[in-house]
Write a protein that binds this ligand. Structure first.
Ligand code: GLY
Length: 392
């Protein structure tokens, strides 16, 4: 792995919140989830809101798993049947989706199935959910190119323009492959994930620990071609959510592989991210923007980063001072999200406002994004109790 410059981190003193304080944050978040239940019992929230309202959709997007994951988290928080019932009902929909191959020609099988079927199997023992998870992992494995050694992100495998294109978001899809190896004993899943994450570390991370959103590898020669953006400001900027996927994904790669290099990489990506936050600690949509004045925020990237920082902090040894610093930043981000970015109870059906889905396409700009809601709940779970991540 190439040497990556270390950036000193802005120090933040840890203000550990009390259990009572975290409980008030959780209560406020769950009040928003409860408000969503009648509308999203058989349908799912759209990827992003319009005027802060999610429309109901069928199970056809890359994002449907986040809602089911929110329900599992809410059930774990409370033990209340109303969450488990809808989540369990969703499982049949995910099994049907992979069975019928409905919109599964992409790499986001991990986002979809880790948080729905795999979490459901872990929490309830549902065998059909486990089988759906394995089928989804097989579909993901079919997207691995053995020459480029990457999982192709988008499009049919025969579309030349998409061949050999990897994207940083895929870091969070890899846990499905590690899970499938554990479930089935078939090493091919983990072997593909190992090779992909190695390429991600080598090609998606620049020497200053900023990241490309996407990168092309030649599928004939296996040679690296070039980086480019899809949702960021420019090819050479760092899309904030991509950087957040990187922080969390490389920390998880350490969990799955035991390779210390990935933990170091997660740490360097985190430093790069934290060095570019505006005053309130919630990132702009692209890290080229760093001041309060000139940016749209991406609260969803902030929530993902908070989870990544907590995963990273937990992995570091007790003697490492950065452990407390990352925890402090995660707590500060979660607190600000809860105080300033929470959706109102009237006039919205989301949890967090002020995210950006796809700025270049002008889609979901300054709106709620369903993955932001999921990761905010996950961050709260991590603050509240010892918890085995669904990604583990
Ligand atoms: N994985 C797609 C996104 O973060 O928008």
């Amino acid at each position: 792995m190439s040497e990556i410059a270390f950036e000193p981190l802005p120090h933040l003193k840890l203000k550990r919140p009390s259990t009572e304080t975290v409980d008030t944050w959780i209560e406020a978040a769950l009040a928003r989830v409860d408000r969503m239940l009648p509308q999203f019992d058989t349908h799912f929230p759209a990827p992003s809101s319009e005027s802060n309202i999610y429309a109901p959709i069928d199970n056809v997007e890359w994002t449907n798993g986040f809602w089911t994951g929110m329900l599992w988290l809410s059930w774990e928080f409370t033990g209340a049947e109303r969450y488990r019932e809808i989540a369990a009902h969703n499982l049949a929909s995910f099994a049907n989706r992979i069975d019928k191959r409905i919109n599964v020609d992409h790499h986001d099988l991990g986002f979809l199935y880790t948080l729905s079927s795999c979490a459901g199997h872990r929490l309830t023992g549902d065998r059909a959910a486990r089988d759906a998870g394995v089928a989804a992992a097989s579909q993901l494995l079919s997207r691995f190119d053995p020459v480029a050694k990457v999982i192709q992100a988008w499009g049919n495998m025969n579309v030349p323009a998409e061949r050999g294109r990897m994207i940083i978001d895929c870091n969070l899809n890899l846990p499905l492959l590690y899970w499938a190896t554990r479930e089935t004993g078939d090493r091919r899943f983990a072997a593909a994930a190992d090779q992909h994450i190695e390429q991600a570390a080598r090609l998606l991370v620049r020497p200053d620990a900023s990241t490309f959103h996407t990168y092309y590898v030649d599928t004939v020669s296996g040679e690296p071609l070039h980086g480019s953006t899809h949702q960021g400001f420019s090819d050479d900027s760092s899309w904030a959510r991509g950087q957040a996927w990187g922080i969390y994904g490389f920390a998880l790669a350490w969990r799955h592989t035991g390779n210390q290099d990935y933990l170091d990489l997660a740490s360097r990506l985190a430093n790069h991210f934290l060095n570019r936050l505006p005053a309130d600690g919630i990132c702009c949509w692209d890290l080229i923007f760093t001041s309060d004045a000139d940016c749209e925020r991406d609260s969803s990237a902030a929530a993902i980063a908070a989870c990544g920082l907590l995963e990273l902090a937990q992995a570091l040894p007790l003697s490492d001072a950065l452990r407390e610093t990352y925890e402090a930043w995660a707590v500060a981000i979660v607190e600000t999200l809860g105080e300033k970015y929470l959706a109102p109870l009237e006039g919205s059906n989301a949890v967090l406002l002020h995210a950006v889905y796809h700025m270049p396409n002008k889609a979901g700009v300054d709106e709620a994004c369903i993955w932001g809601d999921y990761f905010y709940l996950e961050a709260l779970m991590r603050l509240r109790r010892a918890w085995l991540p669904y990604w583990a």
